[in-house]
Design a protein around this ligand. Structure first.
Ligand code: UD1
Length: 418
């Protein structure tokens, strides 16, 4: 088992280019099933979730190569239409293969992704989108979908990111035009739209609540550079806010982080947002301040994935901050660990009240989920003493070499085998 040793108390200093976005590369890899020719993707982060997605593509008969941060996928010989239970379990978002499989083969056999660390993970919206495109869905010992998709009107009851992407991917291979109403507006959906269009698809509206797809066009191979990861950026900025210092991050668009940056500004950090970079500075002698209620919401609201890292930074602050988690049931699993480090936080259902303390202290803590893990690392760098962080399997799903990124910013962090 590996653990991370993090010594707090050193301000972070330096510049870093943020790696590619997990939430962008995963649907794009699934979209490769629709291309008739090789696809080359640049800026792909090396994450265990990406390895799981590549495993699914290989299992379906694609040729896949990964060299550094470049992945090539050739789906010319792909013929499979089933994803195994083991593969579904390895990565909860493997449900994203449903739409492309149907579009390509007219059938898809998957197992139910079940619950995850964040609580129940329903897929009813994915299935109703598929039904709206004329496919039949049976949920008898797995999910079995059949039928060549036809253009239709998809009305999402909630702006689900995954359901929006699945509907887009299915609709690209459908005959006729599909509209998606109440679509999610996350920036990664824009990256998916750009990718599909670069292969010859006609998709428009990403970034708004109404997306239109003219289906049935033959897609070629192509090339794309995956966008930077705004949640990795939010985590690194949280670490800098927690430890103090001055960090500059490139490779992300600050507008995708606007709500998070506004919180750091209100907490007393200096934030500079330019086209090329985002910079955050806090003098270690200037304490963070509590901020008005942080309520997670679909984009462009405050991202649920940034809730834990930002809470970790604000755990040591002057004043109180109230968090309301509206997206997932079980997203405060970092709280007991922060309390071990000296934080004063109470939770009730989806609400958490953080009463800022002067300083956290190092402790042995365990990540229970991906972003909670990033949060504990951020907290540790502002704490007094050494923190030993386990549960790195969660962290490696979404942060490529978190310890190396933090070292690059001058933090005292190392990963050890124990
Ligand atoms: C994506 C992100 C994840 C982020 C989340 C919310 C990826 C790979 N993951 O996850 O990092 O935390 O968006 O921004 O992009 N829901 C239903 N029925 C469904 C689908 C979703 O009720 O069929 C609910 C969920 O339980 C949740 C809400 O909708 O409460 C939002 O989930 P969704 O946007 O679908 O999240 P994911 O796409 O799974």
């Amino acid at each position: 088992m590996s653990v991370m040793y993090l010594r707090g108390g050193t301000p972070l200093e330096g510049e870093l280019a943020v790696h590619g976005a997990k939430n962008s590369v995963l649907p794009i890899l699934a979209a490769c099933l629709l291309a008739r020719g090789p696809v080359t993707l640049h800026n792909c982060p090396r994450l265990t979730d990406v390895t799981a997605a590549l495993g699914i593509l290989r299992h379906l008969g694609c040729r896949v190569e990964q060299e550094g941060h470049t992945i090539t996928v050739d789906s010319t010989g792909a013929s499979g239409s089933a994803v195994s239970e083991e593969q579904m379990r390895a990565m909860r978002s493997s449900i994203i293969f449903l739409g492309p499989l149907l579009a390509r083969t007219g059938e898809a056999h998957l197992t139910y992704p079940g619950g995850c660390e964040l609580g129940p993970r329903p897929i009813d919206l994915h299935l109703s989108a598929i039904r709206a495109m004329g496919c039949q869905v049976s949920e008898d010992r797995g999910i079995h979908c059949q039928g060549r998709p036809r253009g239709g009107e998809v009305q999402l009851a909630l702006p689900s990111v995954g359901a929006t992407e699945n509907a887009m991917l299915c609709a690209v291979g459908a005959t006729g035009t599909t509209t998606i109403a109440n679509a999610a507006r996350e920036p990664e959906i824009g990256d998916l739209q750009d990718f599909l269009n670069s292969l010859g698809a006609r998709v428009q509206g990403a970034g708004s609540s109404a997306i239109t797809i003219e289906g049935g066009r033959e897609l070629s191979g192509g090339e794309l550079t995956v966008m930077g990861d705004r949640i990795v950026a939010a985590t690194l900025l949280s670490a800098a806010a927690s430890a103090g210092g001055k960090v500059r991050l490139s490779g992300v668009d600050w507008r995708h982080l606007a709500t998070v940056l506004s919180v750091f500004h209100q907490a007393g950090c200096r934030v500079e947002s330019k086209l090329e970079y985002v910079e955050l500075e806090r003098g270690r002698e200037v304490p963070l301040k509590g901020v008005p209620t942080i309520r997670t919401a679909p984009y462009p609201g405050f991202p649920t994935d940034a809730q834990a890292p930002v809470m970790a930074a604000l755990a040591a602050s002057q004043g109180c901050t109230l968090f309301v988690e509206t997206m997932f049931d079980s997203r405060y699993r970092h709280v007991p660990e922060l309390i071990r480090m000296g934080a004063d936080i109470t939770t009730e259902g989806r609400v958490a009240l953080v009463r800022g303390v002067e300083r956290l202290h190092g402790a042995r803590v365990e990540a229970a989920d991906l972003r909670g893990g990033g949060a504990l690392a951020a907290a540790a760098l502002g704490a007094e003493g050494t923190t030993v962080l386990s549960g790195l399997n969660h962290i490696d799903r979404g942060y490529e070499g978190l310890e190396k990124m933090l070292q690059c910013l001058g933090a005292s962090v190392e990963r050890r085998e124990v």
